[in-house]
Write a protein that binds this ligand. Structure first.
Ligand code: SF4
Length: 750
């Protein structure tokens, strides 16, 4: 007898609904959920093989199935009980906190965790321990989009939705290879074009990607020149009288400063800096400004940059200047890479954020969250962002790291520094579902976590839509839910008195909650989950965590006080905001022209063009960019177990322009050393005219199993992040994973 469970795909930010088929507690199939508005039953190659990867991971024993402990990193870790494992973690963390203070520990978590997991991790660090050293791999994914929205529209709230793709007359796709990274959304783009043959599609990307292949106008801009492109388009729009002066007057501030800045961005100058023809610039400006509705779709090409905030904000400028926002088919729409990068933002899961889009730097916001949590204070000292956290650990400042559901030894830029940090840290906990993650080799303690098919909670996709994630089978081995691991660890710390200076008594916290909102669901603790002492973590279920998160959103831009697990069950996935009294979520934001700023007006961002952090030079004459393949996900811990997902691309290569290959007399498959200032890897070449001359492309998925290398001082490294730079945007702190200067030299074979 086959049973069906509705859940959500754990891969990309499209957030497709899936139906998991099980027999006798085994996952035997998966199909698209015909009722989910993100995909209406469709699945891409990754989503459609979820059941196969789940069973392969069990067959090939790549799952982590019990807690493991080792005393020397060279040892094979040995099984321990959960009780022993959590006692060890609490002993080590509390000792380091007592000796060196709370900022001597750091938590590095993941956009693949569920909202409930994220919420308790954030509360553990900021509420109980008293450190803001908690960041996430979402920093590598969308923190520039967050900063760009806040700088211009006043809040981190994507104003558009997937339906806008169907209603757009012009699509401006920039820095996004949706064909590979968001395949179901790309199919929607293709369908929209078929249904509206007059639709214009502009794709701006240094690489002629599969997405660019459908463009009516392809803009192969030079790497890093996006801000100059957007300023140049605005210059042309102003010159030609294509801006919307009425919208600017009624709904925005700051246009004069921007106007002064873009005056010098003439078509001649922009053409030279971006490497684009003036005719193409005029065509793009005209289509963007004059179309009935223009929707921008953008992703890591803008975000993963040392000018990430400026790139995002200056693209939003174009929408504000032309009034292409707050109406069907129009708006700046950032696509999230990971399945719950959006949910993590909602609960404040970055070192500079607090619950419900509050800012750590805001005194009032800290006081509100402290009251919600029933703690005396949330520390004001800024926490370390991802790159800063590993640098601090490499410098010996952070002594204990807790890493959950992410693989920084492979995925972080400047891998040599990250590995040095993991080696130097006195105690490293890795909370993970997959034993094959590179980072596991650095763990003193490995804690087995549940994964897709076993987890309960919620995620939010790119269009602000909250979907349920449901367990279809029991946890594998002794794996536990991520939120439960955090709560159990928190109880151990509380029992040891960690953070007691911040805590009030449970009765005080309960009274706080009662005062604040009588609608808060009372939390009943079951005997086995109830701690013996008072606790800030009285959660018997993910729903009880979500209910507290929900309350934190009251009156905020993402207010979901009208939603509940029961409503999600009855109505299906819903978009935020969904305040108390609402009967449905809000499809599109800012239709009334009022923005969440102090005076209700959006702000133009007059931010200058700043060149790349690691530009090409004589010794490193190639621009390396990184990206995704269609059928693989992140470090391949899940997709790398399934042969059929290698049918599209079987092995790592570096793509080089045919002319660069011919000049050097290289053939496809010749082995070359790619070397940056930070490290080197050995990889076969592949001739491809999708990259321009002097440019190189590599997929980011391949790890040690496929691609070995070394640092500039000879330590072993793996994958393309041996080469990338940790230079980051000063505002969003998102690193420049999209560009590194490299040299390419043919390997001398013995
Ligand atoms: Fe999963 Fe993204 Fe594919 Fe949808 S498009 S099935 S969310 S990987």
């Amino acid at each position: 007898m086959t049973e069906e469970t509705r859940s959500t795909c754990p891969y990309c930010g499209v957030g497709c609904g899936v139906i998991i088929e099980t027999e006798a507690n085994q996952i035997v199939g998966v199909k698209g959920d015909p009722d989910h508005p993100a995909n209406w039953g469709k699945l891409c190659s990754k989503g459609a093989t979820l059941h196969l990867t789940a069973s392969e991971n069990v067959t090939r024993q790549t799952r982590l199935l019990q807690p493991l402990r080792r005393f020397e990193r060279s040892e094979v870790p040995k099984p321990v009980t959960w009780e022993r494992a959590l006692d060890t973690a609490a002993d080590q963390f509390s000792q380091i906190i007592r000796e060196h203070g709370p900022d001597a520990v750091g938590f590095y978590i993941s956009g693949q965790l569920l909202t409930e997991d994220y919420y308790v991790f954030n509360k553990l660090a900021k509420g109980l321990i008293g450190t803001n050293n908690i960041d996430t791999n979402s920093r590598l994914c969308m923190s520039s989009a967050v900063a760009g929205y806040k700088a211009t529209l006043g809040a981190d709230a994507p104003p558009a939705c997937y339906d806008d793709i169907d209603q757009a007359h012009c699509l401006f796709i920039v820095g996004s290879n949706a064909a590979f990274a968001h395949p179901i959304l790309f199919r929607r783009i293709e369908d929209a074009r078929k249904n509206n043959p007059a639709m214009k599609v502009i794709v701006a990307d240094p690489r002629r990607t599969d997405t660019a292949s459908i463009a009516d106008l392809y803009l192969p801009l030079l790497p890093g020149s996006d801000v100059m492109l957007f300023h140049g388009l605005l210059h042309i729009m102003m010159w030609e009288g294509w801006i919307n002066a009425a919208y600017i007057d009624a709904h925005t501030d700051g246009f004069d400063a921007l106007k002064a800045m873009v005056r010098e961005c003439t078509p001649e100058k922009v053409s030279e800096v971006c490497g684009l023809s003036k005719d193409d610039l005029f065509t793009a400006a005209k289509w963007f400004a004059k179309s009935e509705a223009t929707l921008s779709l953008y992703c890591q090409g803008l975000n993963q940059s040392s000018s990430g905030t400026a790139k995002n904000a200056t693209l939003v400028n174009l929408h504000l200047a032309t009034g292409q926002i707050g109406k069907p088919g129009a708006g700046p729409f950032s696509l999230t890479g990971q399945p719950n990068a959006m949910g993590g933002r909602e609960v404040g899961g970055l070192s500079n954020l607090l619950s419900a889009h509050r800012d750590l730097a805001n005194t009032q916001h800290r006081a509100e969250v402290a009251k919600l949590w029933g703690v005396g204070d949330v520390p004001a000292k800024p926490g370390k962002s991802a790159v800063e956290m590993f640098q601090a650990a490499a410098d010996g400042e952070i002594k204990a790291l807790w890493i959950a559901c992410t693989n920084p030894a492979q995925s972080m830029p400047d891998q040599a520094t990250v590995r040095r940090a993991l080696q130097r840290a006195e105690f490293v906990v890795v909370q993970e579902a997959f034993a094959t993650a590179e980072t596991c080799q650095y763990a003193d303690l490995l804690l087995p976590a549940t994964t897709w098919g076993e987890k309960e909670g919620t995620v939010t996709n790119s269009e602000r839509r909250i979907s349920r994630v449901r367990a279809a089978v029991p946890a594998a081995g002794e794996a536990r839910q991520d939120w439960k691991i955090v709560v159990d660890f928190a109880h151990k710390l509380e029992a040891m008195g960690v953070g007691s200076e911040f805590r009030k008594t449970t009765s005080a916290a309960t009274n706080n909650n009662a005062d604040r909102n009588s609608a808060l669901t009372p939390i009943a603790l079951s005997p086995e989950t109830a701690p013996s002492t008072t606790t800030l973590f009285p959660y018997p279920s993910p729903e009880s965590i979500w209910t507290e998160h929900r309350e934190s959103t009251r009156g905020r831009d993402l207010d979901i006080t009208g939603l509940s697990y029961a409503k999600l069950e009855a109505q299906g996935p819903q978009q935020w905001p969904y305040p108390e009294g609402a009967t449905e979520g809000k499809t599109r934001l800012y239709e009334d022209g009022i923005f969440p700023t102090p005076n209700g007006r959006a702000r133009f961002a007059a931010l200058p063009f700043i060149p790349l952090a690691d530009p090409r030079e004589n010794r490193y004459p190639f621009s390396l960019t990184t990206g995704r393949l269609r059928d693989q996900w992140h470090g391949m811990t899940r997709t790398g177990t399934l042969g059929r997902l290698f049918g599209h691309v079987a092995e790592p290569t570096v793509q080089l322009h045919p002319a660069d290959m011919a000049e050097r007399g290289w053939q496809d498959g010749d082995l070359v050393h790619l070397t940056s200032k930070r490290g080197s890897i050995l990889v076969p070449t592949e001739s491809s005219d999708s990259v321009a001359k002097n440019q190189a492309f590599m997929a980011m998925h391949w790890g040690a199993e496929y691609l070995s290398g070394c640092s500039s001082t000879g330590e072993p490294l793996a994958g393309v992040n041996a080469l990338t730079t940790s230079a980051f945007c000063p505002t969003s702190k998102q690193p420049e994973l999209k560009h590194a200067a490299i040299k390419v030299l043919k390997a001398e074979l013995p």
